[in-house]
Design a protein around this ligand. Structure first.
Ligand SMILES: O=C(O)c1cc(C(=O)O)c2c(n1)C(=O)C(=O)c1cc(C(=O)O)[nH]c1-2
Length: 246
């Protein structure tokens, strides 16, 4: 099904389909994209989970991913502005509050700054963005541009990588606690919070995508959007790995 170089030959068949996939087939296709292309399989994550990353590599990852963290609520604000109903907006706005917080000292970005401190980086270092490498900036910006340029439903579909994040993140918490004893474990709150936030968010997003993608073309565009997002996550790790080699 997957060819080396990243082509799913199955996709070509779907593009030619005249009938839409059933709901079950459509969901299976989405899950397949994650199974094949999600960043849990990236060599940098694999090395992290084997306890093989140095302090500098962990710090490089945390400092660079700060750029993703700070950009996520911006892309969600773009999606919010495009959603077609107040019911959808009521749900989606929660994502922005989760990251930005309602008050000073709250929210996911704040929690990420605390993670920075837990791995030995000052808040200032993260906020100044001195360690962010071009490939990370480019890939994250590509995600924000994608949701700006594409239809609202493709933008929603691109968030579905989070279907796959709870397994990765719960393993990551265990790994960071067990294999990196120099990290201050009280700084891992960000990841604990995502374990409830991500499933809640993806239940909503998946239902919207399943309900609204009815034609073969709409279904294919959602699958492609999810594949694009996997590439965004993968490209970030490529850039981090290159800047902080094993
Ligand atoms: O640590 C991870 O592996 C990971 C992955 C993802 C993802 O799969 O997109 C997100 C996050 N974390 C995350 O923390 C987060 O807030 C988030 C928001 C989104 C999104 O696309 O809206 N993905 C992710």
């Amino acid at each position: 099904m997957i060819e080396q170089g990243g082509f799913i030959s199955k996709d070509k068949e779907i593009k030619k389909r005249e009938k839409p996939l059933t709901q079950a087939e459509f969901k299976e296709q989405l899950i397949d994209v994650g199974r094949l292309f999600y960043h849990d399989k990236h060599p940098f994550h694999v090395a992290m989970h084997e306890g093989k990353l140095s302090r500098e590599q962990i710090q490089g990852w945390v400092a660079n991913r700060y750029y993703y963290q700070k950009s996520v609520p911006i892309k969600d604000a773009v999606i919010l502005s495009k959603l077609p109903s107040r019911e959808f907006r009521r749900d989606w706005i929660q994502r922005i509050t989760d990251h930005d917080g309602r008050n000073e000292g709250e929210g996911g970005i704040e929690a990420w700054l605390k993670l920075g401190e837990a791995v030995g980086l000052s808040r200032e270092e993260l906020l100044e963005e001195d360690h962010i490498v071009p490939g990370v900036r480019f890939s994250v910006d590509a995600y924000v541009n994608f949701v700006q340029e594409k239809t609202w439903i493709e933008a929603v579909a691109s968030s579905l990588t989070e279907l796959f994040s709870p397994d990765l993140i719960s393993n990551r918490i265990q790994v960071l606690e067990d294999l990196y004893p120099w990290i201050n474990h009280s700084g891992l709150g960000y990841f604990h919070n995502r374990l409830t936030q991500a499933p809640r968010d993806t239940n909503i997003a998946l239902k919207i995508v399943m309900d609204y993608c009815q034609t073969p073309e709409e279904q294919q565009r959602a699958i492609d959007a999810l594949r694009f997002k996997c590439d965004v996550l993968w490209a970030q790790l490529d850039a981090i790995e290159h800047a902080f080699p094993h």
